[in-house]
Design a protein around this ligand. Structure first.
Ligand code: MOS
Length: 729
């Protein structure tokens, strides 16, 4: 089915099941420990041996020799895989880094060996006996220093163009009566997901099965086949449950490649999980940025010139952090420019992490907007409203499909009690606490991609949905069940959902907050076909047959849906394909983030007091799972504002704080009550469900709202994240 014109009314609009805040259907499995995560697929691979990864101890150089004699002779050891015996390896398409070093070492903790043994403890003990001799060479580890040699990146499949320009930015900025020219920095950040990367690999002849933790099943199939030089048809990837993935599990990493190699060498299934200490330097992360923002405005507060330059660094073949993405779309202004620069760094690979581009870009842009509002003596909410645009500012012929940004700000200001905010920084004190409020905009793209599903109606009237879509903790199982239930006129408990298996029809996967709108569109398409088949079978005219409460009815005649299955089952499969609606409309999600903080006047300790997000993201398929996504994003934004930072050792080229003791993320005690409001809207240009994603919108703007609240509380403007107390005193 092709989706290329805004859909009219369809069965989804009945909203009997869709749009309801139902509990996650897989929730009980997760909270009782019975959901099988990758490392727990004991039943599927009962005799799996254990693999333990040895990471490189230098950041850049060459392996001179690896002596595995002692490791190989250690108790229980079945195989040791290194570049010497791994055979020729390619690499995947999405991530740039190679899964196994040799002879070159490209980054710290890049895998140099996998030790396979009967037990985990034996593998771990033998791993200490692998003797690696390497030669170190000089590397580039300092983004600020590398800026001098940074270049315009190539246009990639994801992210904005490296450079955009409209009007005469430089001249207009120069002439503007009120202007800001400020530089901001955001640090490297880790995904730090709860479930580390983990895989069990098993070979059956030349066929490989991977039980792994991955967001994009089809990328994983493609990338493992390419890496090992085997046929895609011979790869089976299974990933029904995933303990968090923020872009770091887009496709396969070293655990999957090494498990496959280890299983081949050991002649039996092998399971590998990355130990927590490898979850910072072995894997991908959100790369640091340095961003310069220039805004020029007329005295009335209208922006006339806006420019955003961003520098980031990466390994050869890696992508830039697309921090300019939001600045292209968020505010009006005739003269504009954005510019990305990419430097070579020999740190671990920087890649997609929750709202790549927007998240770090908004950390800078939305502080800059706060600073401009102050220079103009305007309220920060009013300044943003004044500079709203209903068309793409780079291409005024292209309207936003929907843009309720102003309403988000207005609703949020009212609900949060924004008028209580002091206009004067450090103007409100309660005992030892300096209290302040901050606001920031939120914006994130609403992409959709091709997605397929299969639906089967059985003679008990149960519909089973199969698609290789993943549920990374977001609620995919539930919204897919809601979609099928609505389409077929069934209660939720008459729908089974099976996800995360490459034997199922290929879906959008989870990423870029495209999963909810795309995957449900594929299910919609398959259900449309199933409805046709049911109508044919039962002799109804599809045009006005009603599918409700397990019955199909028309003109007084009513037949149980189950009867269409006869003695067997009725199966339908389809793909939702997309045209180029996104060229006619700018399709984005919007929001406003409000935060109140209290800062200890003596110590600089920052406490979050209240947080509010108002979101406009099309139809909300399930307010409960959507809210969970947004508060998760807000929490991650709080981490980005106040604590998260991979500290770079600029001499040796690695992230020093590579465990969860040193890499701080928010805990419950750090997070206050989080209020989330969804505006009531539907966007018919996106998908038949008229919904957009919220998983990445939720983090956008949060850190800047906190930074602005800290400024309002203290009068200290911090432009380098994270905002730790030493920067306040
Ligand atoms: Mo996302 S950062 O595209 O999973």
């Amino acid at each position: 089915m092709k989706f290329d014109t805004p859909a009219g009314r369809n069965p989804i609009d009945n909203l009997n099941v869709v749009g309801k805040p139902v509990d996650r259907i897989e929730g009980p499995l997760k909270v009782t420990g019975t959901a099988t995560y990758a490392y727990e697929q004991h039943a599927a691979a009962p005799n799996a041996a254990y693999g333990y990864v040895v990471g490189a101890g230098i950041a850049k150089g060459r392996i001179v020799s690896i002596d595995v004699t002692r490791a190989r002779a250690a108790p229980g050891v079945l195989a040791v895989v290194t570049a010497d015996n791994a055979g020729k390896l390619d690499k995947g398409e999405f991530y740039a880094a190679r899964a196994l070093a040799g002879p070159d070492i490209d980054h710290y903790h890049q895998a140099v060996a996998l030790v396979v043994a009967e037990t985990f403890e034996q593998a771990r003990a033998a791993a200490q006996l692998v003797a690696v001799r390497s030669e170190r060479s000089a590397g580039a580890y300092d983004l600020d220093a590398a800026r001098a040699t940074a270049r315009a990146p190539k246009q990639g499949a994801f992210g904005p163009p490296p450079e955009t320009s409209v009007g005469q930015f430089a001249e207009a900025f120069e002439r503007a009566p009120v202007k800001l020219d400020a530089t901001f920095s955001t640090p490297d950040q880790a995904h730090a997901m709860m479930e580390p990367h983990a895989t069990i690999a098993a070979w059956d002849g030349d066929k490989l099965t991977l039980w792994t933790s991955i967001q994009q099943i089809n990328w994983g199939v493609r990338d493992i086949a390419k890496t090992l030089g085997i046929r895609k048809e011979n790869v089976h990837v299974v990933s029904p449950y995933i303990g968090g993935g923020f872009g770091g599990k887009g496709t396969i990493l070293s655990d999957a490649v090494l498990a496959a190699l280890g299983a081949r060498h050991a002649g039996r299934p092998v399971k590998v999980t990355l130990q927590r200490t490898l979850m910072f330097n072995n894997v991908t992360h959100r790369p640091a940025t340095i961003q310069r923002i220039r805004i020029g405005a007329a005295r009335d507060g209208k922006i006339v010139a806006i420019g955003h330059e961003s520098w980031s660094g990466n390994l050869a073949g890696g992508r830039p952090e697309a921090a300019t993405a939001a600045t292209r779309l968020l505010y009006a202004g005739r003269h504009r420019m954005t510019r990305l620069r990419l430097a070579h760094l020999d740190l671990p690979e920087g890649s997609a992490m929750r709202a790549p581009g927007e998240a770090p870009g908004m950390m800078a842009l939305e502080i800059a907007m706060d600073e401009m509002a102050e220079k103009l003596a305007l309220d920060p909410v009013a300044f943003r409203i004044l500079n709203d645009t209903q068309v793409d500012p780079e291409d005024p012929r292209r309207p936003f499909s929907q843009r309720a940004f102003v309403e988000c700000l207005r609703v949020g200001a009212e609900r949060f009690g924004w008028r209580e905010r002091s206009n004067v920084p450090a103007g409100r004190r309660e005992g030892q606490w300096l209290v302040g409020m901050g606001v920031a905009a939120a914006i994130r793209g609403a992409p959709v991609t091709k997605s397929a599903a299969r639906v089967r109606l059985d003679r008990n009237g149960v519909v089973t949905v199969e698609t290789d879509m993943t549920d990374i903790g977001t609620g995919s199982y539930t919204i897919i069940a809601q979609t099928a239930a609505e389409m077929m006129g069934l209660p939720l408990d008459q729908v089974n959902v099976r996800l995360g298996d490459s034997h199922f029809p290929e879906s959008s996967g989870s990423g870029g907050q495209w999963g909810a709108a795309s995957a449900t569109a594929g299910v919609y398409a398959a259900c449309v076909k199933l409805r046709e088949a049911v109508a044919r079978k039962l002799g109804f005219d599809l045009a006005d047959a009603q599918f409700e409460r397990g019955q199909v009815s028309q003109g007084g005649r009513s037949v149980p849906l189950a009867r269409a299955a006869g003695e067997g089952a009725l199966v339908a499969e389809d793909t939702m394909e997309y045209g180029e609606l996104d060229k006619r409309y700018a399709q984005q999600t919007f929001g406003a983030q409000f935060v109140e903080v209290a800062v200890d006047a003596a110590t600089g300790e920052i406490r979050l007091r209240r947080m509010l997000a108002v979101c406009a993201a099309g139809r909300i398929l399930n307010p409960k799972t959507a809210r969970s996504q947004v508060i998760g994003g807000m929490t991650m934004g709080a981490g980005a504002a106040l604590m998260e930072e991979l500290v770079v050792d600029k001499r040796h080229g690695f992230f020093v704080n590579h465990d969860l003791a040193g890499y701080e993320v928010p805990v419950h005690g750090d997070i206050p009550h989080q209020d989330v409001v969804f505006l009531d809207e539907t966007d018919p240009t996106i998908a038949p469900l008229k919904a957009k994603g919220v998983g990445e919108l939720g983090i956008s703007g949060v850190a800047a709202a906190i930074a602005n609240a800290v400024y309002n509380a203290t009068g200290v403007r911090v432009r380098d994240y994270p905002i730790t107390l030493d920067k306040l005193i």
